[in-house]
Design a protein. Structure first.
Length: 119
């Protein structure tokens, strides 16, 4: 079976129940690319946003279709550098801490990033 390549702009909604929706990322040390399989519309939307930034580096092809023609998944291929892991720890700041940070940054810009000398 041949791959039916599609452009990032033409990706459509997939039909799978939320219990069956999944995303799998395959990374091989010796390859320059990662392969992503997804049947989860939320993840497909995130992948589309990432791919839209550098569409020439991404490939997309259709996965499976049901007998009635409904699309159930997509495959993506991207450079390894597109894969990123983040801690997900968002730093909580009080309004006072935010204002103090704004003041510090504003002062740095005005002084050309020189340290502020307090008298």
């Amino acid at each position: 079976m041949s791959k039916k390549y599609v452009s990032i702009d033409s990706i459509e909604t997939v039909y799978s129940s939320s219990d069956e929706a999944e995303t799998t990322i395959n990374v091989s040390r010796s390859d320059k690319f990662i392969t992503i399989y997804s049947s989860d519309n939320t993840m497909i939307t995130k992948i589309k946003r990432a791919a839209a930034k550098n569409p020439e580096n991404w490939k997309c092809w259709e996965g499976s279709r049901s007998p009635d023609g409904k699309l159930h998944s997509y495959f993506f291929e991207a450079p390894k550098k597109a894969l990123s892991f983040r801690g997900g720890n968002k730093k909580e700041m009080t309004e006072e801490a935010r204002q103090a940070a704004r003041n510090r940054l504003t002062g740095c810009v005005r002084r050309g990033r020189k340290k502020k000398v307090e008298a």
